[in-house]
Design a protein around this ligand. Structure first.
Ligand code: 2P0
Length: 314
């Protein structure tokens, strides 16, 4: 049996659109930071008696098309037609709504490929994780990573940018809304691709990737935060201007973004980023985190995360 653990990651430059939904090829590259609190542990073992894959998620037997896609890919790759039993547990300390497919598919990529006897490097693992969920390609790596858009399965991989677990960055989740999202990421990005500014967002995103790489290389947290905030707000503006317009933001989301801006304008390093839901994550560092928490704790439950490790066997 092979068992792996992977952590969630937050996108500093977002993945928000696919050029090929079947292979999960994105329209743009993206940059993520793997975090250290929320993780998935997954074990996988070939079982000769099975007539199909057996997938248990948090103790419940589950049918999951994305898991099947990954397993079918591994069978085609190896020529081994066996089915596999997979046990997966999400370790989410505080609230629902945080469970992520990113940690799940990064852990599955490692555990399931090993169950088939493969010993893949991280780059190859990232392509297999991507088949399940795009953002999972980045959770294969610790610290900062980049997922290159690519043009086919092999060229759409992630790689490490910088994996110093001592980089002084904190990501503060303000968990205001614990309900599950109404529009999934896959659906949301498909709708967003009809926005009139979508092509402009993509080309701008490429420039922001270059600026973000420079900011990371210079350990410039202020630049990292400013670019990430701009990229996230533009992603959500696409949603509001799509042909079938929608919005993940609630009044609380807007209030927290405004409070974060106010903090920054008064000299605190604090920058907002928001994924496919209403909850805001604030990027800051160890020196500024107590000011951020003191100001934002009234809006929801607080979870503080640092940079975390890449996928490993456990
Ligand atoms: C990201 N998100 O870059 C972006 C920003 C959410 C907002 O990737 O369709 O679960 O399974 O490939 O990876 C979440 O979407 O989407 C996501 P699929 P995924 O982190």
């Amino acid at each position: 049996m092979s068992k792996a653990r992977a952590y969630t990651n937050i996108a500093l430059i977002k993945y928000w659109g696919k050029s090929d939904p079947l292979w999960n090829l994105p329209t743009t590259g993206s940059i993520g930071l793997t975090l250290d609190q929320l993780y998935t542990e997954t074990s996988a073992k070939i079982n000769d008696d099975l007539k199909q894959d057996y997938f248990m998620l948090n103790g419940q037997k589950t049918q999951n098309l994305k898991v099947m896609k990954v397993m079918n890919f591994l069978r085609d790759l190896t020529g081994d037609r066996h089915f596999v039993e997979i046990f997966s547990e999400n370790h989410v300390p505080t609230a629902a709504g945080l469970a992520s497919s990113a940690s799940g598919f990064a852990a599955l990529a490692m555990a399931a490929s090993q169950a088939f006897g493969l010993s893949l490097d991280r780059k190859e693992l990232s392509t297999i994780a991507r088949l399940g969920s795009g953002s999972a390609s980045r959770s294969v790596f610790g610290g900062f990573s980049i997922w290159h858009a690519g043009h086919d399965h092999d060229s759409s991989f992630a790689e490490s940018i910088l994996d110093p677990l001592n980089f002084d960055i904190r990501v503060i989740d303000i968990l205001a809304d614990k309900s599950t999202k109404k529009i999934s990421s896959s659906q949301g990005m498909q709708l967003a691709q009809s926005a009139p500014n979508y092509a402009a967002w993509c080309s701008n995103s490429q420039k922001q990737i270059d600026d973000m790489l420079a900011a990371i290389a210079n350990s410039d947290l202020e630049k990292i935060g400013l670019i990430a905030e701009k990229n996230a707000l533009a992603m959500h503006e696409l949603n509001r201007t799509a042909i079938q317009a929608f919005d993940y933001f609630t009044q609380n989301t807007r209030d927290i973004i405004a409070a974060t801006k106010k903090l920054y304008n008064s000299g605190t390093l604090a920058f907002a980023t928001i994924d496919a839901g209403p909850n805001v994550k604030v990027i800051t560092n160890s020196e500024n985190q107590s000011t951020v928490i003191e100001t934002l704790k009234n809006y929801g439950e607080i979870l503080v995360q640092k940079a975390g490790p890449g996928v490993t066997n456990v």
